[in-house]
Ligand binder design. Sequence first.
Ligand code: CO
Length: 216
Amino acid sequence: MEYKQIFENNQKWLEEKQRTDKEFFQKLSSGQHPDYLFIGCSDSRVTAEDLMGAQPGEVFIHRNIANLIPNNDNNSASVVEYAVKHLGVKHVVVCGHYLCGGIKAAMQAADLGILNPWLRNIRDVYRLHKEELNSISIEEKRYDRLVELNVQEQCLNIIKMAVWQKTFLSTGVPLIHGWVFDVRTGKLKDLRIDFNKELSSIREIYDLGTVTDNRS
Ligand code: CO
């Protein structure tokens, strides 16, 4: 795409929006009340709104390499905090994708400089699920499975956060979902992770005291 084309596209886009709804931008200006927080990969092929058919104002979005929510990452933690506590989203989605370059890089033995500590989060996921992953002999299938397990572990990272525990245990939302987008087919897949089960299995270790607070 030519650089100049972007501004011509923008002009066409805003005219189209105004044609369908005269007050479109007026409504947007009044604030945002998205129901969804989407945490996805920065990969240019995984365009959150496009693949969900979402409109401006409907999805709060955070994207980084390999859709991670690492411990001590102030950036993703702030996004979750703001979305859950202040915007009151009803759903938090972690969306990975097959053929993810970040996952691929973490599967290979290579020094990638500044990327090392970031990718180590994925290597940790590999280590946690080493037995299952190493039992998959076809490399492409192992790669696909690591994409899925990484999504699952990032969802668990949200479960470990006080803001989620506190909000969910007192209001029943937001629900957490793990998705994978298949770049090869365009299909969006819900991994249907049972988070009530996951929450109870890790609660004894990661409980931040909110359960007791809510029951008393
Ligand atoms: Co990716």
